[in-house]
Write a protein that binds this ligand. Structure first.
Ligand SMILES: Cc1cc2nc3c(=O)[nH]c(=O)nc-3n(C[C@H](O)[C@H](O)[C@H](O)COP(=O)(O)OP(=O)(O)OC[C@H]3O[C@@H](n4cnc5c(N)ncnc54)[C@H](O)[C@@H]3O)c2cc1C
Length: 364
């Protein structure tokens, strides 16, 4: 039986691992002890129930294969080096180690209990804070502002954006920006745009300690807590040796249309680690993964890879808490449509896509 080693058990990795479990010996290498549902991570910072919900066990994902909880340290030819284990030989390797992001959008620690303890402390601090500064008014900053304002309506929320407009990256429409901007203002959220912070606050993110900072334009801001809402970093450092020639300056790995790493026929990559030109989304990671599942199946059954991936138009679902927000959707004919709070709540805001992920992990 062919052996497939999948490195990284995020959205892309679990889709590949689960999709090949019946046809290959799958080994999923994941450093964390539980799956973390990042798309719901910001609600976990304000709601104790959600800080349990976003962590889900891997133990039912694979019926035949196994999950090794340890960090991958490198790859050499067809061998995968994993901390504390003998090198693992693979027929196919799938890179799915995604990206990191400042807390609370993603967690650096590998133990769910430790991550939950930090979330508990954050909620405790938020109860005592009068004002919070969010640095960055992209998708993460906006979603976090929505969660904070839904649970703490009296909290003063100040957002700083270095560009002139909110949602500055990607092909989002001005209509979406306008609708979101209006809803943020309705919630009393103050947006300071057009100049970055001159320096970071002199306290840790999420700590409760009053500070003053200023933007490069000289606007002074005081708050009791702050969070950095930008700064995704590709998690590909362990590939620096084997794939240095294929790594972009931002750490992303070049893939061809079959989602194969350029020049390495038995290595595929999915999700945030790839250099596919589109916004980095769980949904895209899962779409890449379905392509890789089809192509590795082809190869195992003696055919050439036949399924390709191409990025579509940009879309985004932006809830502001459980019942606010707006989304940019792409119709089947390619038209872009902006929808408001009701549809946004239906698509993501209410359930934050938990049931879909639980069913993928084969959890009740
Ligand atoms: C707050 C927030 C909200 C979001 N909301 C949405 C949304 O609504 N819809 C959407 O489509 N996208 C959303 N995204 C984006 C989405 O979370 C990412 O695009 C997605 O996580 C990428 O999936 P991935 O499988 O590539 O990697 P990741 O989810 O980053 O998973 C990578 C996994 O690899 C593991 N790993 C890393 N390095 C190693 C190593 N060396 N060895 C072993 N394991 C390793 C990590 O522990 C992790 O579990 C959101 C992101 C954030 C931060």
């Amino acid at each position: 039986m062919a052996r497939v080693v999948v490195i990284g058990g995020g959205y892309g990795g679990i889709t590949v691992a689960g999709g090949l479990d019946d046809i290959a010996e799958v080994i999923l290498v994941e450093q964390k002890d539980q799956f973390v549902h990042h798309a719901a991570a910001l609600r976990a910072a304000v709601d104790p129930v959600w800080s349990q919900t976003i962590f889900m066990p891997y133990n039912r994902l694979l019926r035949n294969g196994q999950v090794i909880h340890a960090p991958a340290m490198g790859i050499e030819g067809n061998k995968v080096y994993v901390a504390g284990h003998d090198p693992i030989e693979a027929d196919y390797i799938v890179l799915a180690t995604g990206s990191t992001y400042p807390y609370p959008a993603k967690h650096m620690v590998s133990t769910a209990k430790v991550a939950q303890a930090r979330l508990t402390q954050t909620r405790e601090n938020l109860k005592h804070a009068k004002s919070v500064l969010l640095v960055g008014v992209g998708t993460v900053g906006i979603e976090f502002a929505g969660e904070l304002s839904s649970v703490y309506p009296d909290l003063e929320i100040i957002m700083v954006e270095k560009e002139e407009r909110i949602l500055p990256t990607h092909d989002y429409t001005d209509e979406l920006r306008k609708v979101i901007h209006a809803q943020l203002e309705e919630r009393g959220i103050k947006i300071v745009a057009g100049s970055p912070l001159a320096y970071n606050p002199p306290v840790d993110m999420g700590a409760l300690s009053r500070f003053q900072v200023e933007t490069r334009n000289g606007e002074k801001i005081e708050a009791d807590m702050w969070f950095q809402c930008y700064g995704a970093q590709t998690a590909s450092g362990y590939l620096a040796h084997e794939f240095s020639d294929l790594m972009r300056p931002n750490g992303q790995i070049s893939v061809d249309k079959y989602m194969r790493v350029q020049g390495h026929n038995n290595v595929y990559a999915v999700g945030d680690i790839t250099d596919v030109k589109e916004s980095k989304r769980a949904d895209a990671a899962r779409a890449h993964a379905r392509v890789v599942v089809a192509n590795i199946r082809d190869e195992i059954e003696g055919r050439s890879p036949s399924t390709t991936y191409s990025a579509g138009k940009e879309w985004v679902i932006l809830p502001l808490g459980p019942d606010g927000g707006a989304s940019q959707l792409v119709e089947p004919n390619g038209d872009i449509r902006i929808v408001g709070p009701d549809e946004t709540a239906q698509i993501k805001g209410t359930d934050l896509m938990v049931s879909m992920i639980r069913s993928q992990l084969r959890l009740p």
